[in-house]
Design a protein around this ligand. Structure first.
Ligand SMILES: *Cc1c(COP(=O)(O)O)cnc(C)c1O
Length: 241
């Protein structure tokens, strides 16, 4: 007879090898120069440690309090990305260490990140979030707004941010042709913009797109950063938050 605790241990061992296997499977299939951001939101520190042990160093979180707690207890060579909607009054908490803020969706937020970057003596890399999905609720700039912002802003007055590229989320649909079309549209826009800004924003070269359900399509359509959570860590446990 198997006792309860050894069953729990077996489950845990199973989950462990799953995390490690998925990290290895996904990263071994990445084109050169493309990186995996392991999205660990709502998952415990232990799950991140398992991914870390498998070699993963880039993790993404979407809640300020949660990332703050994890940063304190996890290894210092982790590169933390913030992927969620960020409120201006919370920028100050993550400014000292964040490696990339993916979802910048307003000029006000850009200004605040620049201000907090100056306070901590850092240049903070950011991505501008595009709104391409059909859902009304998603944040971000339209392509036209983004183009205007990039071309009309005097970036010399923002010395403490680095515009590293663009981020988007496709429509949440089963229709993978639609998803592909959306990614393709963003990729073409990204290429065009990258060419236009190459002298003023030399760091503009990242395109963050693709999640568990659509990252293989995103890779085919030119993504440079995929944000994969549930495929690696399993379903999120929202009950603990
Ligand atoms: C949660 C989240 C992800 C990861 O989603 P999965 O479907 O679990 O891979 C990616 N990007 C953003 C912006 C998210 O909020």
């Amino acid at each position: 007879m198997i006792c309860q605790s050894s069953l729990a241990l077996q489950n845990r061992m199973h989950k462990m090898s799953h995390i490690s296997d998925e990290i290895k499977r996904i990263t071994s299939g990445l084109p050169q120069g493309v990186r995996l951001v392991a999205i660990s939101k709502y998952h415990p520190v232990g799950a991140i440690e398992e991914a870390y042990a498998a070699g993963q160093r880039v993790f993404g979180e979407s809640h300020v309090q949660e990332i703050q707690e994890k940063v304190q207890v996890l290894p210092k060579d982790i590169e933390w990305h913030f992927i969620g909607h960020l409120q201006t009054n919370k920028v100050k908490y993550i400014a000292p260490y964040i490696s990339l803020i993916h979802a910048v969706d307003s000029l006000k937020l850009l200004q605040e990140i620049n201000k907090q970057g100056a306070k901590t003596g850092r240049v903070i890399p950011i991505l501008l979030q595009l709104h391409i999905a059909q859902e009304e609720t998603k944040f971000g700039f339209t392509l036209e707004e983004c183009k205007q912002l990039i071309e009309k802003t005097n970036w010399k007055t923002y010395p403490n941010i680095q515009i590293s590229g663009l981020m988007c989320m496709a429509t949440n649909t089963e229709d993978m042709n639609q998803v592909r079309q959306e990614f393709n549209r963003v990729y073409n826009f990204f290429l065009e913009l990258k060419q236009t800004v190459k002298d003023i924003l030399p760091a503009f070269k990242e395109l963050s797109m693709g999640m568990s359900n659509d990252y293989t399509i995103a890779l085919e359509e030119g993504s440079t950063l995929i944000r994969v959570g549930s495929k690696i860590f399993g379903e999120r446990d929202y009950s603990k938050h």
